[in-house]
Ligand binder design. Structure first.
Ligand code: PMP
Length: 325
């Protein structure tokens, strides 16, 4: 029998999908790891598992304890599933501008959802800071702290990186993805660079994020804004710290949306906005590298989480974007 042990055993080992049309167009192999096929529906199932298991091992999280997190949604969804399996209470602090589908799903999963107004990281009412305070005030609670808890990048170093290396048989020229906490990029890139220092690591950044300039000239500087969720940041998190990044690409919302629709119409893949940023960046990178290279990226979550936004032409128009025809 080839079994996986419960929800937790089903996390990881996601397929690496060859994107046929984009590969033909670029003359490169454009490969996308289908993280939306994790059992909670996103790449963040891995971080949620890494963080909870680390807290259990260290004794910080005890039976019937509480897990508190500030999250744009997907980490909360992963945590809520795992808390259900392991018998923990789950409290999620989320900015109230995130997609209604994510908030609804979190409630269905049994998490206690506290939706708060979005505030910059420097503000004491920022959702991450509120989560830290809620955990500190509640006996038996831990703060998952996905941004600065390096158990996040560790699990990508132990699982996502090795899976990419195994499935490409080491034939990979570049890895590109957007970052929220930085856990995925940091963990995957460390594993790949250890196995072949020549693998090019590229950060894909939405508008409104400060990392594009940080990678190119060392200065945290944000320009513009973006409708993407879960990616882009104003600071260098502990997870991102010390990551070897060779270059950065900036992708605007219209290119992101166009790619999300192309992925659905040409490849049959129904994914969210960070996947649009990632695949757009992979195609740009392939054009820079020239034919004959292998570029790997991630499909982070499903389009259904954003159905009323990304797949609603009126919403897109309100945001100044042109719905693809
Ligand atoms: N895509 C989506 C949809 C996400 O929710 C996140 C995490 N917030 C990311 C990408 C970025 O992953 P990481 O936190 O590992 O940088």
């Amino acid at each position: 029998m080839n079994l996986r042990e419960g929800f937790i055993g089903a996390i990881g080992n996601t397929p690496l999908i060859r994107l046929a049309r984009l590969s033909e167009e670029t003359g490169c192999e454009i490969l996308a790891k289908a993280e939306f096929l994790n059992p909670g529906g996103s790449v963040k199932d891995r971080a949620a598992l890494g963080i909870i298991e680390d807290a259990e091992r260290s004794g910080r999280l005890r039976p019937r304890g509480t897990v508190v997190e500030g999250t744009a949604g997907n980490t909360g969804i992963g945590l809520a599933h795992i808390c259900a399996v392991r018998g923990y209470r789950c409290i999620i602090v989320i900015p109230d501008n995130q997609s209604p589908e994510k908030l609804e799903l979190l409630r269905h999963l049994g998490a206690e959802v506290r939706a708060v107004p979005p505030k910059p990281y420097s503000d004491p009412h920022n959702y991450q800071k509120i989560a830290g305070r809620v955990a500190a005030e509640l006996p038996g609670a831990i703060w998952a702290n996905q941004f600065d808890n390096t158990a996040n990048r560790e699990i990508h170093y132990r699982t996502t990186g090795p899976e990419i290396w195994r499935d490409t048989e080491g034939r990979i020229d570049a890895f590109v993805c957007a970052t929220g906490t930085g856990g995925t990029l940091a963990g995957v890139s460390r594993y790949l660079k250890e196995h072949n220092a020549a693998v090019r690591i590229v950060l894909a950044d939405p508008m409104g994020s400060a990392l594009y300039h940080w990678v190119l000239d060392g200065e945290l500087l944000a320009e513009g804004s973006s409708i993407t969720e879960g990616i882009g940041t104003s600071r260098v998190t502990a997870n991102l710290q010390d990551t070897l990044i060779d270059s950065a690409l900036r992708i605007d919302d219209q290119h992101c949306i166009d790619m999300v629709y192309r992925l659905l119409r040409e490849e049959g893949l129904f994914v969210g906005s960070s996947s649009g940023i990632n695949v757009s960046a992979a195609v740009r990178l392939a054009a820079d590298l020239g034919p004959g290279h292998t570029v790997v990226t991630l499909l982070c979550d499903r389009g259904g989480l954003y159905a009323r936004r990304l797949f609603n032409p009126n919403w897109l128009r309100e945001k100044g974007l042109t719905p693809p025809v």
